[in-house]
Ligand binder design. Structure first.
Ligand SMILES: [Zn+2]
Length: 175
């Protein structure tokens, strides 16, 4: 492991930066940073921390000015530009059918985040080789890869990072 200089981190497309400042890679720094009082509500997306997990709020959690407010891990990742998952969809097929693939990705996201507020798509970008999707959670990244390969076959690879709180998904199909 090489230590980068402190201070600004270089922004590199396509890499999952491991935030060294949190040290211990066994814990997801975005999920175990602090103990939260309950209920805590995210001022950005409205998700609530209840019964030890983030979920879409019950009426009781959302109500009342006295609830604790802090960014949920997904909104914090979006704010920091630190995706948990990167999905590369590569090859001529991805380029030719990008609209269809984008729709599929959005459908997967809709189904995932209904029950899991921390599983969201951050961005879908067109790259020289196809599409790159960044996500706030690892589960949705895997689901996107599986959905795309399920619908269009091709070759799927899934690699987890340290502590399994980051994932890199790669799918390729050439006509
Ligand atoms: Zn949020």
């Amino acid at each position: 492991m090489n230590n980068q200089k402190t201070g600004r981190t270089r922004k590199q497309r396509g890499t999952i930066a491991q935030p060294e400042r949190f040290g211990d890679s066994r814990h997801d720094p975005y999920r175990s940073r602090q103990k939260l009082p309950e209920p805590t509500v995210c001022p950005e997306c409205g998700a609530a921390f209840e019964s030890g997990r983030w979920m879409w709020p019950s009426v009781s959690a959302a109500a009342g000015p006295e609830v604790n407010r802090t960014l949920c891990p997904a909104c914090q990742r979006i704010k920091d530009g630190m995706p948990a998952g990167i999905v590369d969809l590569l090859g001529s097929f991805a380029k030719a059918r990008s609209e269809e693939i984008r729709n599929l990705v959005r459908n997967v996201e809709g189904a995932e985040k209904k029950d899991r507020p921390l599983e969201r798509v951050m961005d879908i970008e067109t790259t020289g080789n196809g599409l790159q999707i960044t996500t706030t959670g690892i589960h949705i990244a895997r689901r996107i890869g599986e959905a795309v390969s399920g619908a269009f076959s091709g070759v799927l690879q899934i690699k987890y990072g340290d502590g399994e709180h980051t994932v890199r998904v790669r799918w390729q199909r050439d006509e």
